[in-house]
Write a protein that binds this ligand. Sequence first.
Ligand code: BJW
Length: 239
Amino acid sequence: MTRPSEGAAAPPPGIVVLTGAGVSRESGLATFRDPDGIWQRVRIEDVATPEAFARDPARVQAFYDARRAQLADPAVAPNAAHLALAELDRRWPGDFLLVTQNVDDLHDRAGSARLLHMHGELAKARCLRCGAVEPSPQRLADGPPCPACGRRGALRPHVVWFGEVPLGMERIEEALAGCGLFVSIGTSGSVYPAAGFVAEARGRGARTVELNLEPSEGSAMFDEARHGPATRLVPEFVE
Ligand code: BJW
């Protein structure tokens, strides 16, 4: 992507990048809706709703404990796409926001700074008693105490389930309203409100680009679409 030339009169356009599970797939983390995806193995209604947690907290905690353990596997590390986005963040002189739907910490580990986890973070836990959001113990199924209030068994994964409000929506709306370029990477575009961001950005006059293994549900909404693996497409795009 061309960096704005020094001394140019117009300020560099703001950029909003939206990422989904596809960006972490080549790091060894499964997506949700691909044939080998997480929702082929477990039902959303059993693990990813507040009702599921109320009905069977042990099952939900075990599901997220296993995914948290996977993140600690040394084989799981940021890939070329995460690194290219961190590089873009570092060198882009204008407004920039990387909005990820992913609960993994691979963008953080790659060095992205202007980053917002709209569906939460596996590395954090939230206390249902005092509301504190703290680094998560590796296992929540054992009912560890809240680091803030000491209450046992009140921590839940700091992730956003279906029917819950995504995080940072005000900051995201503001960034979408002011951006000149919106790039969607590795997401099927099937979960709202993220799936609607392309229409919002486009409606405000931004150029919209999709980088995905295959056309997503909202592919027709993009001005430009490139299809292939994120580890190839993202470094090429950021170049
Ligand atoms: C590659 C690749 C490679 C593969 N390179 N690409 C109708 C009925 C009921 C509800 C609704 C409804 N309409 C809308 C709703 C609301 C609901 C919703 O969207 N439901 C839909 C199913 C219809 N949404 C919500 O409930 C959200 N909250 C909400 O709307 O609150 C109201 C509100 C909004 C705003 C302001 C105020 C109020 C909350 C949604 C929470 C989603 N949570 C999850 C789980 C998080 C925790 C966890 O990880 O377990 O988030 S679900 C899951 O899906 C996860 C993901 O972030 C999310 C998106 O998935 P993603 O990332 O797109 O993955 P995939 O697998 O779908 O796609 C991967 C893509 O990568 C594919 O296209 C591949 O081709 C590609 N790919 N390899 C590049 N190497």
